[in-house]
Design a protein around this ligand. Structure first.
Ligand code: SF4
Length: 230
């Protein structure tokens, strides 16, 4: 399998673990604020293949605890992703999966076969603004909801997270998200950060006051709501 990129060391991407981050190209969303837009359409040549990644990991045994698989949307790789994770697990690394939740069947399969230890799932916005925020007319909301319901059951450690952009969010966003993820173990509001590679210009981070108000809206639904990255 082609590996679009590898960050050899991260202390941030995998909570509580020293990890590396593996980027897989391709995504079924077109979020206007995406930080990995060059990965969405396979614009860049792959950095390595899975055999080279596994060679790297063999040399890092004892130095890294975990591997984060991110994208793009890793679950679009289907059984190819599962095979890669099985090889990573065979080297005794913990595995974190970042996902937009649009492939609930594969997500459940990976969890039930104990192939992933931690799932970070994006909640793009309230259901009525999902398509706008995901940048596609049909974001597969029923599939996303199925993934949310599954993670709320708690079979695997997880977090939900939302990248918050001033132009795409208001109080109603969180009044919509709150009941949807009620009882979630962790929920993070991540303020948008502008970069040259973001596909749509003119987007901004929310104000600190808006972020704090939105955190307070979420607290009755998810007491473990935090603002990350500020
Ligand atoms: S789901 Fe993630 S990788 Fe895909 S477009 Fe949105 S932010 Fe980018």
């Amino acid at each position: 399998m082609e590996i679009a990129g590898l960050q050899k060391l991260t202390l941030l991407d995998y909570p509580g673990k020293v990890a590396c981050t593996v980027f897989l190209a391709g995504c079924n969303f077109r979020c206007p604020y995406c930080h990995n837009a060059e990965l969405i359409d396979h614009i860049l040549p792959p950095e390595m293949d899975s055999a080279e990644l596994l060679d790297f990991l063999k040399k890092r045994r004892g130095l890294l605890d975990g591997v984060c698989l991110t994208g793009g949307e890793p679950t679009l790789r289907g059984q190819e992703l599962k095979a890669l994770i099985e090889e990573i697990r065979a080297l005794s690394f913990a595995v974190k999966l970042d996902t937009n939740g649009t492939r609930p069947d594969l997500l459940q399969e990976l969890v039930r076969e104990k192939l992933v230890d931690y799932v970070a799932m994006d909640i793009k916005n309230s259901p009525d603004r999902y398509a706008e925020t995901a940048g596609v007319p049909a974001p597969g909301l029923e599939a996303v909801k199925q993934s949310v319901r599954f993670l709320l059951e708690g079979e695997v450690d997880y977090e939900f997270r939302t990248t918050v952009v001033r132009e795409l969010f208001d109080d109603n966003s969180f009044l919509g998200i709150g009941p949807w993820i009620r009882g979630a173990k962790r929920y993070f509001l991540q303020p948008f950060e502008d970069r040259d590679t973001v596909p749509v210009s003119g987007l901004h981070a929310p104000s600190a006051a808006d972020l704090e108000r939105w955190r307070k809206i979420m607290l009755p639904f998810c007491p473990a709501t935090e603002i990350r990255g500020r």
